[in-house]
Design a protein around this ligand. Structure first.
Ligand SMILES: NC(=O)c1ccc[n+]([C@@H]2O[C@H](COP(=O)([O-])OP(=O)(O)OC[C@H]3O[C@@H](n4cnc5c(N)ncnc54)[C@H](O)[C@@H]3O)[C@@H](O)[C@H]2O)c1
Length: 439
């Protein structure tokens, strides 16, 4: 099938690449000329495990190409995906201008029947809005489909190739059949293709993100409660997670959710509901809890060292909002750096993949290091903000030698308290007993 994908971000690039991998002819389009120029040279603008190899293969075999020429791409396609950003507008709603612009641009270039598929996260009603925009510009027949994306950054290829389910929101039999055909290689393991109205599909994506974000805030609140009344959240998590009604996923306590989706989607749902006279109290609380949780490590540092951190040197391992991505959008590390800097601390950071992105976002507010051990030199404490695998089994004696004081604030519960006690560290984590060393 001839497919084009508008927007070559985390979603568009992965979707386009995976559709090409399954044998389709795919053109990925972006307005960002630098991005397209670097993709044409085989340089991938984002870090996503496995993506580079797949792109190299499909481009070499001529199934995948990149372009800034939206008109030409649309003119050659039967199915056109919109995968542009939907960031938060100043009033908290989803900023839909990029989707609207893409819809208008598509409409102006359509030559023949086209299935226009929205993959961006959008409020209910956007498929209808896209339909209206397109029909003001063209008389060429078309259908609009809502096809939300459920991939996780860091495991995006695996998720896209083996989806738990595919959601297709449309009332056009022709479009539904084409979408079924396009997705058939990815659902051979009997995973369902769920066909529903566009409105239900749009709501499904927001509801899924809202439920996951709620689980995170709920376990974080229990972790905070454990710290005050006793109990170890790691045991509690196992205790509830084996209940089949609850399950194990998204129950790891930490320093709050970040990334490009949960924060903005939760805001957008609250906003949409509020506009319709339905104050979404639960999600307002989820958001509130998350904002507090992002500061939890800073509060622990202030409680340990005192409110004034002048002269205190802190190492920070992990900057991306989660492991296996370079995405810094809404990362808890941003709140942590800000809080530590405001209290006067010097921050020395390391991240395996997000250093370039971090430099762009954080500038010179932190000192960047080439390895996690370099960041530890003369540090009064280490903070862990992202649970990269390479942080899981470090050389603890070497760390102690490098650091001025053996103190760790672990925002991701990467280590075990008894293990840290044995290694001679004062150790703070989330929802588990504090380990203190005699001084
Ligand atoms: N990142 C994720 O993990 C994820 C997962 C599921 C869904 N989503 C949703 O998918 C959408 C895209 O997310 P993302 O993380 O890939 O965004 P992104 O910001 O990484 O990429 C968006 C891309 O679209 C391009 N763009 C904007 N307007 C354009 C236009 N008119 N024509 C061509 N290109 C244009 C931008 O230049 C950018 O490269 C969002 O709505 C997001 O909520 C994201």
């Amino acid at each position: 099938m001839k497919v084009c994908v508008i927007g070559t971000g985390y979603v568009g690039l992965v979707a386009g690449t995976c559709f090409a991998e399954s044998g389709n002819d795919v053109i990925c389009v972006d307005v960002d000329e630098r991005k397209i120029a670097s993709l044409k040279q085989g340089k991938i603008p984002i870090y996503e495990p496995g993506l580079e190899e797949l792109i190299a293969r499909s481009t070499a075999e001529g199934r995948l190409s990149f372009s800034t020429d939206l008109g030409a791409a649309v003119g050659q396609s039967l199915i056109c995906f919109i995968a542009v950003g939907t960031p938060t507008a100043p009033d908290g709603s989803a900023d839909l201008q990029y989707v609207e612009r893409a819809a208008a641009d598509i409409a102006k270039s359509m030559a023949d029947y086209l299935v226009i598929v929205n993959k961006s996260n959008v409020p209910v009603g956007m498929a209808e809005r896209v339909r209206q925009i397109v029909s003001t510009h063209t008389r060429v027949p078309f259908d609009v489909v809502s096809n939300p994306e459920f991939l996780k950054e860091g495991a995006a290829i695996q998720d896209f190739m083996n989806p738990d389910r595919v959601v297709i929101g449309s009332d056009s039999q022709r479009a539904i059949e084409l979408m079924r055909e396009l997705y058939s290689p990815f659902v051979r393991t009997e995973r369902p293709i769920l066909v529903m109205s566009a409105a239900s599909a749009e709501m499904t994506k927001y509801a899924a993100n809202a439920m996951l974000a709620t689980r995170i805030s709920l376990i974080n609140e229990f972790a905070n409660l454990c710290e005050r009344v006793g109990g170890d959240i790691a045991d509690v998590r196992r205790g509830v997670g084996f209940d089949e009604r609850i399950g194990q996923h998204f129950l790891f306590p930490g320093i709050g959710y970040g990334g490009s989706c949960f924060p903005k989607d939760i805001k957008a749902i609250i906003r949409t509901a509020g506009e319709r006279g339905l104050p979404f109290r639960l999600l307002t609380a989820v958001e509130d809890v998350n904002a507090t949780q992002k500061r939890v490590l800073v509060e622990k540092v202030l409680a340990h060292f005192g409110q004034d951190l002048k002269g205190i040197r802190l190492a920070l391992w992990g900057l991306s909002f989660k492991p296996r991505t370079d995405d810094m959008r809404e990362a808890p590390s941003l709140v942590i750096v800000d809080g530590l800097r405001q209290a006067g601390a010097e921050v020395h950071a390391y991240d395996p993949e997000a250093m370039d992105e971090a430099k762009r976002v954080l500038g010179e507010s932190v000192v960047y290091h080439r390895s996690n051990y370099d960041a530890l030199v003369d540090a009064d404490a280490l903070l862990i903000a992202t649970e990269w695998n390479e942080f899981r089994r470090p050389d603890f004696p070497r760390m102690r030698k490098l650091m001025r004081r053996a103190v760790i604030f672990d925002g991701r519960n990467v280590y075990d308290p008894p293990q840290m006690d044995m290694q001679g560290f004062t150790y703070y984590s989330i929802g588990r007993p504090v380990v203190r060393q005699e001084t």
